[in-house]
Structure formats: C-alpha cells, structure tokens
Design a binder for this molecule. Structure first.
Ligand SMILES: CC(C)(COP(=O)(O)OP(=O)(O)OC[C@H]1O[C@@H](n2cnc3c(N)ncnc32)[C@H](O)[C@@H]1OP(=O)(O)O)[C@@H](O)C(=O)NCCC(=O)NCCS
Length: 187
C-alpha cells in the first residue's frame, strides 16, 4: 500500500449511490475535515504503528484535492467503516491506490468492495485506465481481496517497508482494457 496522483471531486461517481450495506444507509463519499478523527482511528485499529498514515497528511490531502482523493465509507452519522486513498496525475493513465482499510468490526460486510469500486470509478473519471497498488507480501487477507477483485501481480519491491518486508505490486486495467492497448505511464 501506501506515490501521489485531478480536478475537484465534488460529484461522487454513480456507483457510490447504489446498494448500501444492510446495516448502514450511508454510501461512499469524499472525506471532509470532519472525518479526520475517524481516519486516524481507522489507521490505529487496522495497521501497525509504523504504517500509520499521519493526521497532518490526511489533512493536506483533504484540503488540496487536485491530484488525490481520500474516499470514505460512513457507517453512521459519526463513524466511518473504512477509507481509501487514491492518487493520480494529469496526463497519466495510471492511478495509484495508496491504501484501503475497513474497520475490523465491519470487515467481510462488503464495505471494502464498495470503497474499491468507488476508487476505481474516481480513477476512471480522472481519465485513468489502470490502477496500481503495493501490498505487504505477508498481508494474505489484502492480497486475496485484490486478486478476487481482478488485480494481477506484476512486480515485487524488495525491502520496501521500514521493517524489511517486500511489497508486491498489483495492477488492474479498468473497463477491461488490455495493457497492449494503452500507452502506460507508471506512477
Ligand atoms: C482488505 C480489506 C480492505 C477488505 O475489506 P472488507 O470490507 O473486508 O471487504 P469485503 O467485505 O468487500 O470483501 C471481503 C469478503 O467479505 C465477503 N462479503 C462481502 N459482502 C458480504 C456480506 N454482505 N456478507 C458476508 N460476506 C460478505 C466477500 O465476498 C469477501 O469474502 P471472501 O473473502 O470469502 O471472498 C480489509 O480486509 C482490511 O481493511 N484489511 C486490513 C487493512 C489492509 O490490509 N488493507 C490493505 C492495505 S494494502
């Protein structure tokens, strides 16, 4: 998980308005400053300390949404079920999913799937046709999730994380477009 990727994200993609989970009426949306406490909480319940995304970085991303988005899935009026961080870059066909996380209490309830779909829709709306990500080589749960969602392993970065763990690089071509049909620009 966790480089950086344009225009305002005032309108949510259409997929954000479909099929809410059985136990929440909320749909995915772009984060606001009011979400900061919950975004920080999610980092703490789901990741080891060395992987926590800092509050000031969340704040920066929310306040300058030109080449990135923090996407959230509410689980009620004041609680988030999960979030995702997406980067893109003008002129690049590749967006990067920097992170996706669902509160362990809400996992296996479809929140991660809807957040990923929202991230993919957001990337498409920014003109991207390919989504890439890095995941810890020992994160079996996330790897299985990405593979089920159509991501393909295309590279490994040795000792990528501070504790020496390698990162596996995964990619997904949005709208089923093949690599050979694209001029790819890696993020
Ligand atoms: C990876 C992650 C985001 C997936 O989120 P999630 O909300 O659990 O994902 P989903 O619920 O959409 O899908 C997971 C499973 O739940 C199942 N599921 C989906 N909706 C369901 C429902 N309504 N009822 C029961 N099961 C359901 C899915 O079919 C899938 O099942 P499977 O594992 O047997 O195939 C989550 O595991 C997570 O936050 N992990 C820790 C953080 C992390 O490592 N992030 C990745 C960093 S690179």
């Amino acid at each position: 998980m966790k480089t950086e990727v344009v225009s305002s994200l005032d309108e949510p993609p259409s997929s954000a308005r479909v099929a809410p989970a059985a136990h929440t009426p909320a749909t995915c949306r772009v984060a606001t400053p009011d979400d900061l406490d919950e975004l920080v909480r999610l980092e703490r319940v789901a990741f080891a300390k060395e992987d926590w995304f800092p509050r000031h970085r969340f704040k920066e991303l929310i306040e300058t949404p030109d080449q990135h988005a923090v996407l959230v899935h509410p689980a009620g009026a004041s609680r988030l079920a999960g979030d995702a961080i997406l980067f893109w870059r003008k002129g690049s066909a590749t967006a990067r999913l920097y992170n996706i996380v669902v509160d362990p209490e809400f996992q296996k309830g479809g929140f991660g799937s809807r957040l990923l779909e929202y991230a993919e829709d957001t990337a498409r709306r920014r003109g991207c046709r390919r989504l890439v990500l890095e995941v810890r080589a020992n994160n079996a749960q996330a790897i299985a999730f990405y593979q089920r969602k159509g991501f393909r392993h295309f590279g490994t970065l040795a000792a990528y994380y501070p504790d020496g763990t390698a990162a596996l690089r995964y990619e997904k071509f949005l709208n089923g477009i093949l690599a050979a049909q694209l001029e790819l620009v890696l993020v």
